[in-house]
Write a protein that binds this ligand. Structure first.
Ligand SMILES: Nc1ncnc2c1ncn2[C@@H]1O[C@H](COP(=O)(O)OP(=O)(O)OP(=O)(O)O)[C@@H](O)[C@H]1O
Ligand SMILES: [Mg+2]
Length: 442
């Protein structure tokens, strides 16, 4: 089992044992270097920026941060933790939050708000030893520990002296339970939600092998399985996917109900033949999404065009990042703009949204800048129409992105993980382009 990746059954994978330290205390650092047996300390740094760069450069599986580690103290960690979460979602973070004074409490709130559950904290006047850190690294706790820790932290940030009093002397919660939940939404049937979900999941699968789940929560037209290459037999198997989970009196890990395609654990909607009664309530979707976040680093959720569908609503409001698929059609754009106002009230603020303009043609309809201006969001991907490529991809169950080295889906994946990306206009496909190029050289 790979402790660092937190996936219970990622047995075939070699654990990533590279560690980056941002503990700020030479004594503690030296001790950790000497005692982290089985781990390779890939480096240490003092500023949030250097720590992030080091994690990205080395691809470290673990980063250990202390309250006084990165320069800037709590402020530095406030900047660093969200960045690490989005730019290195596969990296486990252990945060030594220290005493539960006002600052320690604020750190705990911060950590939990960003899904960092490896927090080491102690009561007032307590001491955290290097052994505690080692214990956190090596001995994963359970989800129940995280729930217990959550219950100690009142909702809302900021610490008040009176609520510190009742906390136990020491809390060590060492389980990496990330992760990034991405909901793909769009307001028109056939606009490309499933295509976007399939391509994103496939691109993530290349890098975060077997730590990626793709969920089909479009119950009315569940086609994600088809796009990712599931066979008809797999799609209609009532023991798999959401139906399998729903009908299991004691559901196990999601991998049990998944179909593995392109390094992605695919959890499809119910079989499309209408034989099965499937009418879950909101709590079912909430539970499945929570479980997916515990068991995978990246979860991509395909949804339906109807935002008021329960499953779509839950996915959208639970997501860290919402990928919004639009096209150049006025009708979609007006509807999309209206939605953005409602979304704001639901907590889906614009900074959480990444825009895809599908079937983009710079020569037709509203231009990209006009669309960006109208919606108030920059596009993270412009996907040209290519009927032959997408028909072939669906037939082969192999998303277009897997036949490209780079391209809009790869750019989108980086944007979803919080990178600033340069979005290129699609290259025009010119007939006899090679011939022209040949003559141009002379
Ligand atoms: N850029 C594109 N170029 C050519 N074909 C495309 C493109 N994007 C999507 N398609 C095709 O359009 C069809 C509809 O796409 P998709 O299933 O992704 O839409 P959707 O929004 O998920 O639809 P639904 O509302 O039914 O869930 C598919 O056959 C897909 O292959
Ligand atoms: Mg779809």
């Amino acid at each position: 089992m790979s402790i660092l990746w937190g996936k219970p059954d990622g047995g075939q994978e070699k654990p990533n044992n590279k560690v980056v330290l941002g503990v700020g205390n030479p004594g503690a650092e030296e001790w950790l270097r000497a005692n982290l047996t089985g781990y390779e300390v890939a480096g240490s740094a003092d500023t949030p920026r250097e720590i992030l760069a080091l994690v990205q450069k080395t691809g470290a599986g673990l980063v250990i941060l202390a309250r006084r580690g990165p320069q800037g103290g709590v402020g530095g960690l406030e900047a660093l933790i969200p960045e690490l979460r989005t730019k290195a979602p596969g990296t486990r973070i252990i945060l030594i939050a220290g005493e539960r004074d006002r600052e320690g409490q604020a750190l705990l709130d911060l950590a939990l708000a960003h899904g960092v559950y490896d927090v080491i904290s102690c009561g007032l006047g307590g001491v955290i030893t290097a052994e505690d850190v080692l214990r956190a690294v090596k001995k994963p706790a359970t989800w129940d520990d995280v729930a217990a820790l959550r219950s100690l932290v009142p909702y809302g940030a900021g610490g008040g002296g009176e609520r510190i009093v009742k906390v136990p002397e020491k809390v060590v919660v060492p389980e990496y339970r990330p992760s990034t939940l991405i909901a793909v939404i769009g307001f028109k049937g056939g606009i490309g939600k499933t295509t976007t979900s399939a391509n994103l999941a496939a691109v993530f699968g290349l890098k975060y092998k077997n730590r990626v789940a793709a969920l089909d929560l479009n119950l009315s037209t569940p086609t994600l399985g088809i796009q990712l290459g599931a066979t008809m037999e797999e799609i209609l198997n009532p023991d798999l996917g959401l139906l399998g989970i729903h009908n299991d009196p004691a559901p196990g890990p999601l991998a049990k109900y998944a179909i593995q395609k392109h390094n992605v654990d695919l959890l499809i909607g119910p079989g499309v033949d209408g034989r099965h009664h499937f009418l879950p309530d909101e709590s079912f979707f909430v539970k499945v999404l929570e479980q997916a976040r515990r068991e995978y680093s990246i979860v991509v959720v395909d949804t339906s065009q109807a935002i008021d569908d329960l499953s779509t609503y839950v996915a959208m409001t639970q997501a860290n990042t919402v990928v919004l698929v639009a096209d150049q059609d006025r009708q979609t754009l007006v509807q999309t703009r209206g939605f953005l106002e409602i979304a704001q009230r639901l907590g889906v603020t614009k900074d959480k949204i990444r825009l895809v303009i599908n079937r983009y043609n710079p020569k037709l309809g509203d231009s990209r800048p006009a669309i960006e201006d109208y919606l108030g969001i920059r596009a993270s991907a412009l996907v040209p129409e290519d009927r032959a490529a997408y028909i072939r991809a669906t037939e082969e169950g192999r998303p277009v992105a897997l036949t490209q080295k780079n391209g809009p889906w790869h750019t989108l994946a980086r944007a979803v993980l919080g990178e600033e990306v340069v979005v290129e206009e699609p290259k025009e496909k010119r007939a006899f382009g090679w011939l022209r190029a040949l003559f141009a050289r002379r």
